[in-house]
Design a protein around this ligand. Structure first.
Ligand code: PLP
Length: 397
């Protein structure tokens, strides 16, 4: 099939939910991608912050192939060694006691929401509210799209589940007003990825956490994008010195194989009884075998590497501030954003960069989003940033 035929089928037969770039990738190696015409690209998006080990990482590919030869799936009716290994490898040396595995970020957040509701149900406490931030992103199921503080994503799907309240991000006074004795949980990202790569202020998270503790509210961090080394630490909340009750993971966890997780500590970790929650596919041997490789790499040097490369990329991107249409350069680790003013469209820059062989992502607020593999090479960062610098220099406004 050539690209034209693929596009025709897609246009006719796939549901009309995506605006796709005009390219079909066929394979990749590390942070290089190749399209159906044999063109090479540097991948600064890694899916959307998913392929943390790059494409066709030898150990990840080997582990997936090896597991495929043994078992892909057996259901959660039986014990599962790769799953037990992941429980041990991921949770040991963290503050978390237990986890539940699913297949995506939305499902992980859905599970976290059910877990906090069950926790207060068990206690007989009436706490119907969950407070989240405006411009957050938590997923596309009915509950998570309602938790998401972006009206455009949920409005067409009413009636929506009850109990979600949104407050402005990085505004502690607003949070304090809403997070009361009726509140079960505060759910936040430490970097709002989807809406523009906006890091939470240090004081905001520290104060929000203290407020939650003082009012008996559970504190949830959505680490679907910021987890698994993306910000230079295993979990993004570690930048803030807090101990959330629950976090959710997905994107980077399986290095490209779909897997999500809910991690919890203390009493809330045992709030579910058998039958309260479940999944057919979640935590299957294939996905766990992949996640075990990711965890192993992070524990053996990749975290430090990601932090260093994040600093390096931030240094390069910061040079773009000399252009008067660049409003801000920000982010943490290898989750970085370049916000443009309204004279230049981020989608146009992304299209032109793709044409010159560099894949970058957009985010809200007219932002360019950079979320490459944690394994990206410095010379790949150099080439991508040089091309961006050239394009910006040629962009007349
Ligand atoms: C991507 C994302 C989600 C949704 O994950 P899916 O796997 O697409 O369901 C949820 N929260 C955050 C912070 C995300 O970045």
């Amino acid at each position: 099939m050539d690209l034209k035929e693929i596009k025709e089928i897609d246009a006719k037969r796939y549901m009309t939910v995506f605006n796709r770039q005009n390219v079909c990738f066929t394979h990749g190696k590390g942070s290089k991608l190749y399209d159906s015409y044999g063109n090479e690209y540097i991948d600064m998006g890694a899916g959307i912050a998913v392929n943390c080990l790059g494409h066709d990482h030898p150990d990840l590919t080997a582990a997936v192939c090896e597991q495929a030869h043994k078992l892909l799936h057996i259901s959660n009716l039986y014990y599962n060694q790769p799953q037990a290994e992941l429980c041990r490898n991921l949770l040991d040396d963290t503050i978390f006691d237990r986890m539940f595995l699913c297949n995506s970020g939305a499902e992980a957040n859905e599970g976290a929401i059910k877990l906090v509701r069950k926790y207060f149900y068990n206690k007989g406490e009436h706490r119907p509210k969950i407070v989240t931030a405006i411009n957050s992103f938590h997923g596309r199921t009915l509950a998570t799209v309602t938790a998401t503080g972006q009206d455009k994503y949920s409005r067409p799907f009413a009636p929506l589940p009850d109990g979600f309240v949104h407050v402005p991000f990085n505004d502690f006074a607003a949070l304090k007003k809403q997070a009361d004795q009726q509140t079960a949980a505060i759910l936040l990202e430490v970097v709002q990825g989807e809406s523009g790569v906006l890091p939470a202020d240090y004081d905001y998270i520290v104060n929000a956490y203290a407020l939650a503790k003082s009012r008996g509210i559970l504190f949830i961090i959505d680490e679907v994008q910021t987890g698994m080394g993306r910000t230079g630490k295993l979990f993004g909340f570690e930048h803030y010195g807090i101990q959330p009750d629950i976090i959710t993971l997905a994107k980077g966890l399986g290095g490209g194989v779909p897997i999500g997780a809910v991690l919890a500590r203390g009493d809330v970790a045992t709030a579910f009884a058998p039958g309260d929650h479940g999944t057919t596919f979640g935590g299957n041997p294939l996905a766990c075998a992949a996640a075990n490789v990711v965890v192993d790499k992070l524990k053996n040097g990749l975290l430090e590497e990601a932090a260093q490369k994040g600093e390096y990329l931030l240094g390069k991107l910061s040079k773009l501030k000399k252009f008067n249409f660049v409003r801000d350069v920000r982010g943490k680790g290898l989750l970085l954003g370049v916000q443009l003013n309204d004279k230049v469209k981020n989608t146009e820059i992304v299209g032109k960069m793709a044409a010159s062989g560099v894949i970058i992502l957009t985010a809200g607020n007219n932002t360019l989003r950079f979320a490459p593999a944690l394994t990206i090479q410095k010379d790949e960062i150099d080439v991508a940033c040089d091309k961006l610098m050239d394009l910006f220099a040629r962009t007349n406004i």
